[in-house]
Design a protein around this ligand. Structure first.
Ligand code: APR
Length: 235
């Protein structure tokens, strides 16, 4: 069934969450055993309020995450998706992830809904800085503002261009495959429904159940994404 869908679909879109990168060594957010939000309240470290009122903890949290994406790398599953883009087996990736691993693995058509840890800018004047500037020494801009990674913080709007690309891709998808997301954060979790409403087949591959499983044509739980992609790569 899934092999037919993948091989006959004229427009396949992949939607990834933090579960796509756990096999690279990066923690996800909500898994019972390893999720970041099981250890820390996101409003205290990943929100605009935290940046304003809790800056030391904010900077410490994000310096660790920026170091994490430098220390780890894309796994075979990221590479398979990049290969599938080359072979036009998939047409785009909508990702909630900020690690930049899809692009590092060779994917080009990627909508980063929640921004990226690969870039840093000043909260006050918007000037761009390298992640090295953020990691070493002061975290202040020459204008006096605070440096922060170019990720979407809780309380911020999503960047327009990736959002519009994701909407266009979900609307034209014939096959929409979710990989490694709890589908618990809006508006990102609306894209599988937009695809479904426009006639796409919806496949959800996730360790645990998600709130959208009832809308899916196929749900695969309790399997590692890397193994599933490796299996699908054989047909
Ligand atoms: N294989 C399959 N599923 C996995 C794997 C794996 N190797 N590793 C983790 N998972 C599953 C977990 O069971 C979990 O349900 O991936 C899901 C990841 O869900 P979350 O941790 O909630 O991550 P995500 O859905 O990407 O979160 C969305 O929330 O905090 C914000 O900005 C953050 O982009 C993030 C957003």
């Amino acid at each position: 069934m899934i092999s037919d869908w993948i091989q006959t679909s004229t427009h396949t879109v992949v939607f990834t969450g933090a579960g796509m990168s756990t096999e690279s060594g990066l923690p996800d957010f909500r898994s019972a055993n390893q999720g970041l939000w099981q250890q820390k309240d996101p409003s205290l470290v990943a929100s605009v309020q935290a940046l304003n009122d809790n800056v030391e903890e904010f900077i410490d949290f994000y310096r660790k995450r920026v170091l994490g994406v430098k220390e780890y790398e894309p796994h075979a599953g990221h590479q398979i998706l990049a290969e599938w883009e080359k072979r036009s087996r998939i047409h785009s990736i909508i990702t909630q992830n900020v690690d930049g691993f899809h692009q590092q693995a060779g994917s080009h058509k990627v909508a980063e809904l929640h921004g990226t840890l690969q870039k840093v800018h000043c909260q006050a004047c918007g000037m761009s800085y390298s992640s090295e500037d953020f990691l070493d020494g002061s975290y202040h801009c020459s204008c006096g503002g605070i440096l922060r990674p170019s990720v979407v913080l809780f309380g911020e709007m999503l960047p327009e261009a990736p959002f519009e690309m994701a909407f266009a891709e979900a609307s034209r998808a014939e096959l929409f495959i979710v990989l490694g997301s709890s589908l618990s954060v809006t508006p990102a979790n609306q894209f599988p429904l937009i695809a479904k409403e426009h006639g796409a087949k919806l496949v959800i591959v996730n360790q645990e159940a998600t709130p959208l499983d009832g809308y899916a044509d196929l749900v695969i739980n309790n399997r590692q994404i890397g193994d599933v992609l490796d299996e699908w790569n054989r047909f």
